[in-house]
Design a protein around this ligand. Structure first.
Ligand SMILES: Nc1ncnc2c1ncn2[C@@H]1O[C@H](COP(=O)(O)OP(=O)(O)OP(=O)(O)O)[C@@H](O)[C@H]1O
Ligand SMILES: [Mg+2]
Length: 482
């Protein structure tokens, strides 16, 4: 049996003594059945919208778990402030923003809350505080206001949007496990209201406390509650019982890029470029809100039913308008400034982005070592070596992303993400089309849509579920927003 050393969480994940992932190894390193689909031309990334790749086809079918299949149309019109502001950004998501009867009251409340927030923000002081985080990012980047931007305020980023109160265990049937992480477990679930499938991330309060992840977990909720982007997971709500906290998300059926990558050994240049382009836009969006992601790796990138990416796992995502210090991430992907505990900011995500592209092209990370301390040593000082088959443009962008000199690292320069997008490796990419999901995907996961098909996920031993039991809750006060 093929055992993947990089899947082993002792190697892959930092600083976590307990709750190691119990991922089953990929059975063999054989090429995936659908590999022929991945054998795409260089032009594929620059493709005009084909009949197959129309917006209609790519439209998400995401729907709120409490919305009945035939919701009241008037009620569906109700949108909250963030969602309204996002409409211009991604029209295919508009359809998904529809809300059911039950939600309209909450929505109205949200509207009031949001407008109060905006007002309060404006009143707080007349200068920086009344700008949205996006405004601030734009000013920093010297960008114009050409595109409608989500009205995510600094205050929303600090407090998050309200996510509790809408859902509870009674709303879902809990089905099989989709993944186990360092801190908990993600289940496939089915809504009792509309029969649709969702994913439920469950974290044990006691484990979170033991592993000192209280702040990270609250940040995860906060960040997921405000983000809205075609390549980022959507969270519908949160709740808790005496022992656990729960996050309801869309179920992304195509599985992890990690699994596909291990089955394929490595991706051809255009395939890696396609996934990198979509992830680049997700990072650009997060950074425009001053959110650092901090855990970029193939395990956290899922493929939707059409083969577009969805970034999941915001366990280390954080609103950082200036700098932070926390040592976190996954060893192979950690930037040198984090290893050496220097203050750092968004630039760490561009380093990890380089490692991700490298791993997709090579099939392994550049500083891999079975000994984590050696990995750190390599991150700090080993020369970056490339396999002979790497394209010249790929070597160039990787040299510029995986750059220890922060004043030279691509993505961290004056023009921020624009420099990454304008690099010759991405020269054929039409970014607006990528954002609109108009580019045909290189690989379509072989799944039966909307049926709770889990064929793309590894199997995990199921634990006995003790959710919903009322007992002493010594840590509840630490998670009051769930
Ligand atoms: N929305 C989703 N749809 C489908 N599968 C998902 C979803 N969210 C998570 N998963 C699966 O569950 C796994 C674990 O989830 P996640 O990464 O959020 O947990 P974690 O405990 O934070 O993990 P980590 O070990 O990276 O810290 C993912 O790698 C993925 O396989
Ligand atoms: Mg994860």
């Amino acid at each position: 049996m093929y055992v993947d050393p990089q899947r082993n969480n002792e190697v892959r994940k930092l600083n976590l003594p307990a709750m190691q992932k119990t991922h089953h190894p990929v059975e063999s390193a054989e090429v995936h059945d659908n590999e022929d689909k991945m054998d795409v031309d260089e032009e594929q990334v620059d493709q005009q919208p084909s009949e197959e790749a129309t917006a209609e086809n790519n439209e998400e079918t995401s729907q709120s778990p409490d919305e009945q299949e035939n919701g009241d149309e008037n009620a569906n019109q109700q949108q909250d402030n963030i969602e309204n502001a996002n409409q211009g950004q991604d029209s295919s998501e508009n359809a998904n923003q529809q809300q059911g009867n039950n939600e309209s009251a909450n929505q109205q409340q949200d509207n009031t809350e949001n407008s109060n927030e905006l007002q309060t923000n404006g009143e707080a002081n007349g200068t920086e505080a009344n700008k949205t985080a996006e405004d601030q990012a734009q000013t920093q980047n010297g960008q114009s206001n050409a595109k409608p931007q989500p009205a995510v305020t600094t205050k929303m980023l600090i407090l998050g949007k309200k996510t509790s109160g809408k859902y509870g265990l009674k709303d879902f049937q809990i089905l099989r496990t989709l993944g186990t992480g360092s801190f908990g477990r993600v289940h496939l679930i089915r809504s009792n209201h509309n029969g649709r499938f969702y994913a439920l991330k469950v974290l044990k309060k006691q484990t979170i406390v033991k592993l000192k992840q209280v702040e990270h977990t609250n940040d995860e909720r906060r960040m997921l509650s405000v983000v809205s982007h075609p390549f980022i997971i959507r969270m519908w709500g949160t709740f808790q019982d005496s022992k656990q906290i729960f996050m309801v998300m869309d179920y992304i059926e195509g599985g992890e890029i990690f699994t596909l990558l291990r089955k394929s050994k490595r991706f051809p240049n255009p395939v890696a470029k396609f996934y990198a382009a979509e992830i680049c836009l997700a990072l650009e969006y997060l950074h425009s809100l001053n959110i650092i992601y901090r855990d970029l790796k193939p395990e956290n990138i899922l493929l939707d039913k059409n083969g577009h990416v969805k970034l999941t796992d915001f366990g280390f995502a954080k609103f950082v308008p200036d700098v932070t210090y926390t040592l976190c991430g996954t060893p192979d992907y950690i930037a040198p400034e984090v290893v050496s505990t220097k203050p750092y900011n968004k630039s760490v995500d561009w380093w990890s982005f380089g490692i991700l592209i490298y791993e997709m092209l090579a099939g392994h990370t550049p500083f891999y070592d079975s000994n984590t301390l050696k990995t750190y040593e390599k991150i700090l000082s080993a020369p970056l070596k490339f396999p002979a088959f790497f394209h010249e443009d790929a070597k160039d962008i990787l040299t510029k992303l995986i750059n220890r000199d922060l004043t030279k690292r691509l993505g961290n320069l004056q023009d921020g993400s624009e420099d990454v997008k304008n690099h010759p490796w991405f020269s054929e990419v039409i970014w607006d089309k990528v954002l609109a999901r108009y580019i045909e995907t290189p690989y379509e996961p072989p799944i039966h849509q909307g049926q709770g098909d889990t064929s793309q996920f590894e199997r995990y031993p199921e634990e006995e579920i003790d959710y919903g039991i009322e007992c002493e809750d010594p840590y509840g006060f630490l998670f009051k927003d769930f």
